[in-house]
Design a protein around this ligand. Structure first.
Ligand SMILES: NC(=O)c1ccc[n+]([C@@H]2O[C@H](COP(=O)([O-])OP(=O)(O)OC[C@H]3O[C@@H](n4cnc5c(N)ncnc54)[C@H](O)[C@@H]3O)[C@@H](O)[C@H]2O)c1
Ligand SMILES: [Zn+2]
Length: 244
């Protein structure tokens, strides 16, 4: 991939921007070996149940241990995977701009593993449990037995992940939307941009006057809205942008 694929305008904006926001989706983790949703992850069947059944609000009500078993399995796979060049590049971007916001739809924790801090995780994380009553969060540490019940109130813990049929946690989207409305440069990386309200974040940035750039090997419903579309894998494209 050639660095001249990136426009002079984007290079200049990248060099001068004060407020940058990045929205990532499953595609940023594809090069780490995490299946994307539409690239096969949604066809996963666990103990005879399709992905969207075992990961649903209904299953949470019906059989919490089964939901935990599925998330314990997912963590056991993720534990051996490492952040890729895309994640690592974004972790460096945080030190490059006076204000940098990383918003992700991913639940895999790979941005944090790469060194990113203050990530807005719209859909939660498989590496956290949450009390069903008082909402206290508990980090889940690899190789350490996770808690079943809340230490504060004794209620059951559940995965801190937004399941099918659930709303986003209060405040999280609002914070991302506020930052989007105030950014100068917005990147949309590795998302099919079909899941709302996440997909509205670049729309908010664009409407507020930001320059919006997409990084994806394929076109998406957001491509037409973008000022620049960089066709390629995040791990190849992001280091080229940074060379500005
Ligand atoms: N890693 C994870 O945590 C994970 C994985 C699968 C699904 N999910 C969940 O499923 C939903 C799926 O929506 P989504 O838009 O994030 O994913 P998606 O699977 O719908 O879309 C993935 C996008 O990434 C692109 N892509 C593939 N390889 C890429 C690469 N190397 N570099 C850049 N882009 C690449 C694809 O062309 C596609 O547009 C989300 O809500 C998310 O929470 C999360
Ligand atoms: Zn509690």
């Amino acid at each position: 991939m050639q660095s001249d694929l990136i426009s002079t305008s984007l290079h200049e904006r990248f060099a001068q921007a004060g407020r940058v926001l990045v929205l990532t989706g499953a595609g940023i983790s594809a090069e780490s070996g995490v299946p994307t949703f539409r690239g096969g992850g949604n066809t996963t069947v666990w103990k005879g149940m399709p992905f969207d059944v075992i990961s649903s609000a209904m299953m949470m009500q019906r059989d919490l241990p089964a939901v935990w078993e599925w998330f314990d399995y997912r963590r056991s796979i993720l534990q051996s995977l490492r952040p890729n060049r895309g994640h690592l590049e974004l972790a460096r971007w945080a030190d490059r701009f006076p204000e940098f916001t990383l918003v992700t739809q991913n639940v895999d924790g790979l941005h944090q593993a790469a060194g990113s801090r203050d990530v807005i995780e719209l859909h939660g994380s498989v590496w956290r449990a949450r009390c069903v009553m008082c909402r206290t969060n508990y980090e889940i540490i690899p190789e350490v037995k996770r808690l079943d019940a809340c230490l504060d109130c004794g209620a059951w813990l559940r995965p801190d992940v937004v399941l099918f049929g659930e709303m986003l946690p209060p405040g999280r989207f609002e914070m991302a939307a506020e930052r989007a409305a105030d950014c100068q440069l917005c990147f949309v990386i590795g998302t099919s941009a079909l899941v709302y309200p996440a997909a509205s974040i670049p729309e908010i940035a664009k409407a507020a006057g930001a320059f919006v750039c997409e990084v994806n090997p394929e076109r998406t419903p957001l491509s037409d809205l973008c000022d620049e579309v960089l066709t390629g894998k995040a791990g190849d494209v992001l280091p080229l942008i940074s060379k500005s």
